[in-house]
Design a protein around this ligand. Structure first.
Ligand SMILES: [Zn+2]
Length: 384
């Protein structure tokens, strides 16, 4: 086989971590930071897979609210059965995982699905964004993804399965390189994300994980050398990781207002942002005033939302989005009871947010922001 393009996506490998660990392989001589897509992996991955902004591919965070469409798939949770389940059971992580599994099967959801810590009483107002497997064909209504383009252009390819373990994914990758049949390979590794969330980017655990990638990449390069005359390797990530510096309780602050959640307004608390929808006349004014008194974050302006590619006409991800400062975490939130040692989802201006691009060649158009990685990967495929 003469030529092959191989791309490896290592979730959460930030430019700051790369500075510490050095290159992943001596052949990866081209390196640069890449500006993060604001949000979490739930928006970075679709941006990389489509080359589009969230306002086009429509994936920002997992939970969204439509003011004029209250029929949610979660309406089910409004039934009496869920109202009598005591908190100590309904909030238990093991119960949540089990319930998420049942739900995922029942609704035939092929994407990543988790109910996290969203209270049952709140779920009925929300919709879930990742109903389809983002990596498979026809996953997006408004645009093509990587799989669609490779199929349309009849490129022999392999895209790894995000459900498999890292060891399994590397074995598959080795096998696919040895086959000498593929022109394009895309492999996704998510393990470093969890390690850094639990131990921070500066931990020995994070360094061990990078050492594991380096070891396996040595083998990848050996196999490429043995099996292909002309190989291009690009390795990239979606964001970095920021160490926890402060925990804030926004729920408590909201309770200090005269407003009732569910009647006057609705909120969704992610780990680094609080999103709001308003129902009564003065709710926006009251909430905005309360948020402006909090010294650890700010409401994003429409200009900022537009620049970040997350200005949605129907405001499905919030009429207001309050973003906390780098290092601050909202806990408890609807994503979990406790803060984690590491988190991402802060302003892309923060250096800890920066993602990476490494390659054994100089790209024609090096990626400036995360969504540019899509075109960058297709550089050689484009003309065929
Ligand atoms: Zn993460």
């Amino acid at each position: 086989m003469k030529k092959i393009d191989l791309f490896i996506f290592i979730d959460s490998y930030g430019f700051e971590l790369l500075k510490k660990t050095g290159s992943l392989h001596s052949k990866l001589t081209y390196q640069k930071p890449v500006r993060m897509q604001f949000g979490y992996s739930s928006t970075a991955i679709p941006s990389i897979l489509t080359g589009k902004s969230p306002s086009t591919h429509k994936q920002f965070t997992f939970f969204y609210h439509l003011k004029n469409n209250s029929t949610s798939m979660f309406s089910f949770f409004d039934s009496w059965i869920f109202k009598i389940i005591p908190d100590f059971i309904s909030k238990r992580r093991r119960f949540r995982v089990l319930l998420s599994k049942v739900f995922k099967n029942f609704f035939n959801i092929s994407g990543y699905f988790d109910l996290y810590a969203v209270p049952f009483s709140k779920l009925k107002y929300f919709h879930y964004s990742e109903m389809k497997d983002l990596f498979s064909s026809n996953a997006f209504e408004n645009c093509e993804n990587l799989k669609d383009v490779l199929l349309r252009k009849k490129i022999k390819h392999f895209i790894s399965d995000w459900r498999l373990s890292e060891d399994e994914n590397f074995s598959e990758l080795f096998r696919e390189i040895k086959k000498q049949e593929n022109e394009f390979i895309f492999a996704y590794f998510a393990g470093l994300d969890g390690v850094q969330h639990m131990h921070t980017k500066d931990s020995s655990e994070a360094l061990d994980k990078v050492a594991y990638y380096k070891e396996n990449l040595d083998k990848v390069f050996d196999l490429l050398e043995q099996n292909h005359e002309d190989y291009r390797v690009g390795i990239f990530s979606d964001h970095g990781m920021t160490t926890l510096s402060k925990v804030v309780d926004i729920q408590k602050a909201l309770k200090e207002t005269s407003l009732d959640e569910g009647k006057d307004y609705l909120s969704f608390l992610d780990s680094t942002m609080a999103r709001f929808w308003y129902y009564s006349d003065n709710a926006q004014e009251v909430i905005r005033k309360k948020l402006s008194e909090l010294p650890y974050g700010k409401i994003l302006s429409n200009d900022e939302l537009k620049k970040m590619g997350i200005l949605f006409e129907d405001q499905r991800y919030g009429e207001d989005i309050f973003l906390v400062d780098p290092g601050v975490q909202i806990a408890p939130s609807d994503m979990g009871k406790d803060a984690l040692p590491g988190m991402h989802g802060y302003t892309p201006d923060d250096k800890d947010s920066d993602a990476i691009w490494l390659s054994n060649y100089t790209p024609e158009k090096p990626p400036v922001e995360v969504k540019d990685i899509f075109e960058c990967m297709l550089e050689r495929v484009k003309g065929s």
